[in-house]
Design a protein around this ligand. Structure first.
Ligand code: NAD
Ligand code: UFG
Length: 337
């Protein structure tokens, strides 16, 4: 069964291609490579024995999508394509609304014209804003504090409206917590361009010697060790969550929204020390001022995904660090080598 994977050459998309192939699905990747390398798909082939069919193109290209749906028998769409840097979204809001919101409108229109009505959408825990309490349940109030988060909220609402108007659509809105780690082979992983914004790739680049130390954003948060706490989810657990959501949508009607997280929070210092253990070194850090827009703590109540999809995370913090470190060691400069 063929599944269109937009953004399938990216970090989460490439891992999801592996999980899809392992589950017997046939991914068809559409990606404009604005934040990824096609080498990731060669590596997916190395891992799985199957190279996903790849179309280089943009989800905002309506004519391309029309042709693509006409020429392929597509059962469902997993929609990863989009921009994801919070700081950049503040500086370039229109790029985010264009790529994320307009891109999704164009995709949904092409799906509707082609009679394809099953979609899994990459939402984010960012839609909970600064939560009043943890763990976070799906029925908590939603808010956005930056254009990236607002684009995710807008798309969630758009999908809700679409389902109200056309109840035959089958829609999954998946709210990811913090995806980290890499495939256990070390062949695919996260490959940020420039200085990493996110914690884990920054730490692994310190461990490999590309950065001198981690700057910890705030040591005075109201958390056990004073540093920010997040729900880090192994990217292969996340990938398998998409397969579970797809299996569900093929059997059930309706729209559903679930958190994909582990239900466990770890602090910045816990993450630094865990990667230090995995890489057998003491990693340098310095506590600096808080980063604008950060929150103290954020972790999921993952019960709904377990009840609905029978899915929960299986991999530990040590698995995350061992796999992230294996990827970083084998690919010190990412896919560029
Ligand atoms: P990524 O940048 O690695 O992957 C996104 C892919 O989409 C890239 O390969 C990029 O080239 C492609 N792309 C972007 N705009 C496109 C367009 N207009 N047309 C075609 N392709 C396009 O990011 P990721 O971490 O794999 O994230 C995937 C999705 O998950 C994104 O929608 C992101 O917002 C969401 N998400 C990510 C995180 C995270 O921390 N990584 C957390 C929550 C949600
Ligand atoms: N951190 C540091 N130093 C760094 C990078 C991060 O101390 O160099 C800290 C942050 O302050 C935070 C934690 O590490 O406490 C995690 O930060 P990330 O940037 O890795 O992740 P965030 O939780 O801030 O952001 C992630 C996604 C966003 C999404 C957000 C909310 O990257 O896209 O979760 O779901 F919007």
């Amino acid at each position: 069964m063929r599944v269109l994977v937009t953004g399938g050459a990216g970090y989460i998309g490439s891992h999801t291609c592996v999980a899809l192939i392992e589950a017997g699905y046939t991914p068809l990747v559409l990606d404009n490579l604005c934040n990824s390398s096609p080498v990731s798909l060669d590596r997916v082939a190395q891992i799985s024995g199957t190279r996903p069919q790849f179309i280089e193109g943009d989800v905002r290209d309506a004519a391309l999508l029309t042709g693509l749906f006409e020429s392929h028998d597509i059962a469902a769409v997993i929609h990863f394509a989009g921009l994801k840097a919070v700081g950049e979204s503040v500086e370039q809001p229109l790029a985010y609304y264009d790529n994320n919101v307009s891109g999704t409108v164009t995709l949904l229109q092409a799906m509707q014209n082609a009679g394809v009505n099953r979609i899994i959408f990459s939402s984010s825990a960012t839609v909970y804003g600064d939560p009043a309490s943890v763990p976070i349940r799906e029925d908590f109030p939603l808010s956005a504090t930056n254009p990236y988060g607002r684009s995710k909220l807008m798309i969630e609402e758009m999908l809700g409206d679409l389902h109200l108007a056309h109840p035959d659509w089958r829609i999954a809105r998946l709210r990811y917590f913090n995806p980290v780690g890499a495939h256990a082979s070390g062949l695919i992983g996260e490959d940020p361009q420039g200085i990493p914004n996110n914690l884990m790739p920054y730490i692994t680049q310190v461990a490999i010697g590309r950065r001198d130390k981690l700057r910890v954003f705030g040591g005075d948060w109201p958390t056990p060790d004073g540093t920010g706490v997040r729900d880090y989810i192994h990217v292969m657990d996340l990938a398998e969550g998409h397969v579970a959501a797809l299996d569900y949508l093929l059997k059930n009607e309706g729209l559903f929204t679930v958190n994909l997280g582990s239900g466990q929070g770890y602090s910045v210092l816990q993450m630094l020390h865990a990667l230090g253990r995995a890489s057998h070194q003491t990693l340098a850090h310095e506590i600096v001022a808080r980063r604008a827009g950060d929150i103290a703590e954020c972790w999921a109540d993952p019960a709904a995904a377990l009840a609905l999809l029978g899915w929960q995370t299986r991999r530990s913090l040590d698995d995350i660090c061992a796999d992230a470190w294996r990827w970083q060691q084998a690919n010190p400069m990412g896919y560029a080598e």
